[in-house]
Write a protein that binds this ligand. Sequence first.
Ligand SMILES: NC(=O)c1ccc[n+]([C@@H]2O[C@H](COP(=O)([O-])OP(=O)(O)OC[C@H]3O[C@@H](n4cnc5c(N)ncnc54)[C@H](O)[C@@H]3O)[C@@H](O)[C@H]2O)c1
Ligand SMILES: O=P([O-])([O-])O[C@@H]1[C@@H](O)[C@H](O)[C@@H](O)[C@H](O)[C@@H]1O
Length: 561
Amino acid sequence: MADSLFSAAPLDVRGSNVKYTDEAIESTYDYTTTRVVMTEAAGGAAAAAASGPTVRVEPVTTRMTIRTERKVPKVGVMMVGWGGNNGSTVTASLLAHKMGTTWRSRTGLHKPDFFGSVTQASTIRVGADAASGRDVYVPMTSVVPMLDPTEVVIGGWDISSADLGASMERAAVLPYDLQRQLRPAMDELRPLPSIFEPDWIAANQADRADNVLPGTKRERLDAVRADIRGFKEANGLDKVIVLWTANTERFSEVAAGLNDTAAALLASIDAGAEEVSPSTLFAVASILEGCTYINGSPQNTFVPGVVQLASEKGVFIAGDDFKSGQTKLKSVLVDFLVSAGIKPRSIVSYNHLGNNDGRNLSAPKTFRSKEISKSNVVDDMVSSNRLLYAEGEHPDHTVVIKYVPHVGDSKRAMDEYSSDIFMGGENTLVIHNTCEDSLLAAPLIIDLFVLAELCERVTIRRDGEAAPHRLHPVLSLLSYMLKAPMVPPGTPVVNSLFRQREAIGNFLRACVGLAPESHMQLEHRFHDAGTVWTDSAAAASAVPAKAADATLADEEGKVDA
Ligand SMILES: NC(=O)c1ccc[n+]([C@@H]2O[C@H](COP(=O)([O-])OP(=O)(O)OC[C@H]3O[C@@H](n4cnc5c(N)ncnc54)[C@H](O)[C@@H]3O)[C@@H](O)[C@H]2O)c1
Ligand SMILES: O=P([O-])([O-])O[C@@H]1[C@@H](O)[C@H](O)[C@@H](O)[C@H](O)[C@@H]1O
């Protein structure tokens, strides 16, 4: 059968379980999952001995009403580390989109794109074409109203006073002909002074720190809160999202009475406790101002006190550490290997990079933060297959990061995966992956704030609940963009990239009352394959699919009135 069909036309879901009003899209959604009882665990040895161990599986369906506000508000994004490679690249790229800037390189004329952004450059299959049975795909942004990233007001803080034009040049990420054209506008953007405490990042970063807030921890917390309010007011914003793309910090100690509860954390801030990091201060400031906070770095900003504060205030937090290149591929490759019954025994991930992030990571304490986030990404896939791995068994997994100034932002990742295959065989995959770090991270930053903003407009009321509520403050739906996903306490961490992306796609489908994508395609697997089902009495109403040789858009033009 010919290729899939595509349309960028607005999605108009016709079903008894979805209602479109001027204010909102409201769907009645039956969420079906399964509850499992494993007799060994539930009934103990006696039960297992009597009836033999079983895995009892019960389908459970929860009816819920999902409401998505249709009006997209005016949004500001304040980045901590705005003057860095990622921050300046995101800012410049959105400016280029807004200005329609084109630029030349030796390969010709270029125009702005959103490659690498799942919200801006990927599609969702919405079903089978009624005429031809072919798959129909639409932009992810067609399903529910989403923020246009080019409409976002960008601001933020940096310990370096360099304006965004100088920062863009310093980053050396974007081509000169583009930088040249954006420079006047970028020079007008200046980061606010930030919270700097040298012990939290590499000592080699101190030479950048000429734009620093004075005062106690409480005074600097209050100053950041005032910055957020000021930014919102000055730009006439409806909401602000705060995103950390500053340097990786060392891990925070977590201790009772220090940061284990919201009250303890706030008291520690008032007491000026050294062990409260700059990133945790930013998170607390953001939460107290009712602003979603996203952590793009690997440090444990979200100490238990921050999580409790976010829950008490009903403010979203998400993190940790953008999943941009080497780790993103790992969360695909290991998923493929393990789900194919192949047993990775050794994973060695080496990379060298020459940007300031790499310089900061050359210190053992900051490298350790990154090593942790890059190492835990296979845990869920390994534990999913006890046919391959005994309890507690893991592949050898080594992460090496070296600072090599010459390569700049063009990180060179080299991986070797050695796996057991059939009958004592061994397979070895060797991968060289040149990850232009900021060109991979910048679209993820866009996805993070676009999806976080959407989630702020969604409420869910499960049957039997008196009032609707938002998703849990720990916004695990954003895991696709993150190496070490924060999840609500006591819930499973999913790193598999396929599962993470399907979760986003199916969530969007649920917002408009569509069933989750099952990939079963039973409509193409019966004797009458190739027909198009029109209703539940499929066989009786099957309509032979006609050979559609045009795109869906053309078809729409031909439909009779
Ligand atoms: N592909 C990627 O680029 C990628 C992937 C995953 C995670 N990250 C993380 O994103 C972060 C930024 O990466 P980058 O390449 O843009 O690094 P960068 O060093 O170019 O930028 C970091 C910026 O943060 C500033 N800064 C440091 N401490 C600060 C503070 N307390 N307050 C405000 N600003 C502060 C620095 O002056 C610098 O301008 C790093 O933590 C990195 O580990 C990057
Ligand atoms: O996302 P990814 O490519 O696996 O990981 C990257 C690391 O390989 C790199 O050393 C680091 O500087 C980046 O911040 C990023 O974390």
